[in-house]
Design a protein around this ligand. Structure first.
Ligand SMILES: [Zn+2]
Length: 74
C-alpha cells in the first residue's frame, strides 16, 4: 500500500469570504501553498494543519478497517 492514502487526491476548499470553492491537491496543501480565490481574488492560505488533522483521523480509520478486514480472511 502507498505510504499516504490521500497523496495525489484533491479536495475542495470554500473561500472564507465569498464561498467560492477551490480545488487544491493535497500535495500543494502540504507545502502550504497560497492561492488566489477565483471568486473574489483574495489570497488564501489554507490551514494545512487543521486539514491534515482531519485527514490523519480518516486515514487511521481506513487503516483500522483494512486491518480488521484482513483479520477476517486469515
Ligand atoms: Zn473568495
Amino acid at each position: 500500500m502507498s505510504k499516504d492514502l490521500f497523496e495525489g487526491q484533491s479536495i475542495e476548499i470554500p473561500c472564507p469570504d465569498c464561498g467560492e470553492k477551490a480545488t487544491r491537491s493535497l500535495a500543494s496543501l502540504r507545502s502550504d501553498t497560497e492561492y488566489d480565490c477565483s471568486g473574489c481574488g483574495k489570497t488564501i492560505r489554507p490551514d494545512a494543519k487543521k486539514l491534515f488533522k482531519g485527514l490523519d483521523d480518516a486515514q487511521a480509520k481506513a487503516r483500522k478497517m483494512v486491518a480488521d478486514l484482513s483479520k477476517k480472511f486469515r
